[in-house]
Ligand binder design. Structure first.
Ligand SMILES: *[C@@H]1O[C@H](CO)[C@@H](O)[C@H](O)[C@H]1NC(C)=O
Ligand SMILES: *[C@@H]1O[C@H](CO)[C@@H](O)[C@H](O)[C@H]1NC(C)=O
Ligand SMILES: *[C@@H]1O[C@H](CO)[C@@H](O)[C@H](O)[C@H]1NC(C)=O
Ligand SMILES: *[C@@H]1O[C@H](CO)[C@@H](O)[C@H](O)[C@H]1NC(C)=O
Ligand SMILES: *[C@@H]1O[C@H](CO)[C@@H](O)[C@H](O)[C@H]1NC(C)=O
Length: 224
C-alpha cells in the first residue's frame, strides 16, 4: 500500500512536471530576462509588464519564444522579439551585451527601434562565442555607428542581419567571419563604399534602399 502510494505520487509529480515545463524556462535565463527588462527600462520605463519576478512560467511572457522540443533544449529561450520596446523618451542608451550571454540557444534577436547607440562590454569574441546559435539579428532603426560591425562580426552563425536606418557611414567592409550571412540590409545609412575582404560567400540578398551619399557616389566593391 505504502509503495503503491509512493509510486502514484511519483507518477502524479511526473505528469504535473510535464505540464509545467513547456511554460517554464531555465532559472539562469529567467534571471537574465529580468536583468534585460531592467536595462530596457532604465531609469524609469514601464515596458514588458508581463515579465514578472517570481513567475516561473517565463516562456509565456510576451515577446519570448522557448524551445518546445522534447530534448535537453526544452524551455531554453530561442527568440527575443524586443523591437520598439524601450520608451523613446528615455533617450539614447548603451546596452550591456553581456546580458545576452545566458541565452545559449538564442536563434532570433530583434532590438530594432530602441534608440540604442552601441553595446558596452564588447571585449573580443568571448561574449559572442556563447551566442553560437544566433542566426537572425535585427538592429535596425537604432543609432549604431560603424563600431557595430566589429561587434556583429563575432556572430559566426548569422544568416540575416538588419542594420537599416542606423548611423553607419563611409566605407563598410564585411569580414570573412560573417561567412554564413545570406541576407543583409544596410538601407537608410550614409554609406559610400561597400566591400568584402573575403566575403560572405553565401550572400544572396543585399538591400540598400535610401542610402544617402554626400561626398561621392556609391561604390560596390568588386569583391562582393
Ligand atoms: C521618467 O522621468 C522623467 C524625469 O523625471 C519624466 O519626465 C518621465 O515622464 C518619466 N517617465 C516615466 C515613464 O515615468
Ligand atoms: C530545439 O532544440 C533542438 C535540440 O537542441 C534543436 O534541434 C531545435 O532546432 C531547437 N528548436 C529551436 C526552435 O531552436
Ligand atoms: C554587464 O552585465 C554583466 C552581466 O550581468 C555584469 O557583470 C557587468 O558588470 C555589466 N557591465 C556593465 C558595464 O554594466
Ligand atoms: C552556404 O550555403 C550552402 C548551401 O545552403 C551550405 O551548404 C554552406 O554550408 C553555406 N556556407 C557557409 C559558409 O555557411
Ligand atoms: C529615407 O530616409 C529618410 C531619412 O532617414 C526618411 O525620412 C525616409 O522616410 C526614407 N524613405 C524611405 C522610402 O524609406
Amino acid at each position: 500500500m505504502g509503495l503503491r502510494l509512493q509510486m502514484l505520487m511519483v507518477l502524479v509529480m511526473m505528469v504535473s512536471l510535464q505540464g509545467w515545463l513547456p511554460l517554464g524556462c531555465m532559472e539562469e535565463e529567467r534571471i537574465a530576462l529580468l536583468h534585460l527588462k531592467d536595462a530596457l527600462n532604465y531609469p524609469n520605463g514601464t515596458s514588458l509588464p508581463s515579465w514578472i519576478k517570481g513567475d516561473a512560467h517565463c516562456c509565456s511572457w510576451e515577446l519570448i519564444q522557448c524551445n518546445s522540443s522534447s530534448s535537453s533544449s526544452r524551455g531554453r529561450v530561442t527568440m527575443l522579439d524586443l523591437g520598439s520596446v524601450r520608451n523613446q523618451e528615455l533617450g539614447d542608451w548603451y546596452l550591456n551585451a553581456s546580458l545576452f550571454l545566458p541565452f545559449q540557444q538564442l536563434n532570433t534577436l530583434s532590438l530594432s527601434d530602441n534608440r540604442i547607440a552601441g553595446f558596452v562590454e564588447q571585449k573580443g569574441s568571448y561574449e559572442q562565442q556563447r551566442l553560437s546559435n544566433l542566426e537572425h539579428l535585427d538592429l535596425g532603426l537604432n543609432h549604431f555607428d560603424n563600431n557595430i560591425l566589429s561587434f556583429v562580426e563575432g556572430f559566426s552563425s548569422l544568416k540575416s542581419l538588419y542594420l537599416g536606418y542606423n548611423k553607419l557611414k563611409g566605407l563598410i567592409n564585411l569580414k570573412e567571419s560573417l561567412s554564413s550571412l545570406e541576407d543583409l540590409d544596410l538601407s537608410g545609412n550614409n554609406i559610400n563604399k561597400l566591400g568584402a575582404s573575403r566575403g560572405p560567400s553565401n550572400l544572396s540578398a543585399l538591400k540598400l534602399e535610401n542610402i544617402t551619399t554626400y561626398e561621392s557616389s556609391f561604390q560596390l566593391l568588386q569583391s562582393l
